[in-house]
Design a protein around this ligand. Sequence first.
Ligand SMILES: NC(=O)c1ccc[n+]([C@@H]2O[C@H](COP(=O)([O-])OP(=O)(O)OC[C@H]3O[C@@H](n4cnc5c(N)ncnc54)[C@H](OP(=O)(O)O)[C@@H]3O)[C@@H](O)[C@H]2O)c1
Length: 260
Amino acid sequence: MDWNRTTSLITGASSGIGLEFARELAARGSRVVLVARDETKLRSLAAELVAQGAVEPVVIPMDLSREESIAALKRETDARDLRIDALINNAGFSNHGAIAEIPSEDQSRLIRLNVLAMAGLVREYLPGMIERHRGTIVNLGSIVSFHPLPTQAAYAASKAFVLSYTESLWQETRGTGVEVLALCPGVTSTDFYKTLGKEVILPKRTPRMVVVTALRALESDKMTVVDGWLNALQSRWFPRIVARRMFMRLAGAIMGRMYR
Ligand SMILES: NC(=O)c1ccc[n+]([C@@H]2O[C@H](COP(=O)([O-])OP(=O)(O)OC[C@H]3O[C@@H](n4cnc5c(N)ncnc54)[C@H](OP(=O)(O)O)[C@@H]3O)[C@@H](O)[C@H]2O)c1
């Protein structure tokens, strides 16, 4: 995809991987539409990008975990006459704890953001892309898209949904001019763990590495990509060779030691 003169809508652009997508796509000549809840952070990113010579970004502060936000965002981009060429469905978070203990509303909010907002935005923007025979959709999965994760059960299940949905979408859009990618990072140094309220004691990759991996994967028409070979080994291949019950016992033991 030649990003020059395109328009890219990036959810969760106020920090981490989404922010890095914004920097990279803006540097390639794409006009970026920045969506997240924190308007101050979005405006400061927009100013940074303009200072670097980017096309004036569009800032749309919005809480995507609210059901009505999906249609509202589409109305807003239509009202501003924005033709969305690329949708980077990146906003997401995890909570931590046993299912029996996590407040029900926190679990619902996670599912509304990680699952319903992701699929809702695809449904809003895909028809226009198909009509124009041009478009890119990147959905943020995770290494936990490939296996369950005790103490982050809803999160892992939400990312399994993202992977399954995106791979179906990849096949459905063959020959339409729309490219689709499930991007699955492993532990990456962002605010993700601050939101989780935990510190992870594993080596981290950077948001920039994740974005470079995604852009390379798009160039080679991959359906799914895991960022980092070690992440690919442990998430994609290891769960396939170990019995499920054994894997879950190991996952439970590792999760007990992985966070401070
Ligand atoms: N970091 C990792 O280790 C890792 C690993 C695998 C997958 N991922 C995935 O990568 C994606 C990006 O996460 P990150 O690591 O970059 O974490 P991050 O730094 O915490 O960024 C999350 C982004 O999502 C936005 N967001 C959160 N709740 C939102 C809401 N209700 N409405 C709109 N925007 C919302 C946040 O902005 P506001 O707070 O301003 O709304 C922020 O911009 C997520 O889907 C995550 O699941 C991360």
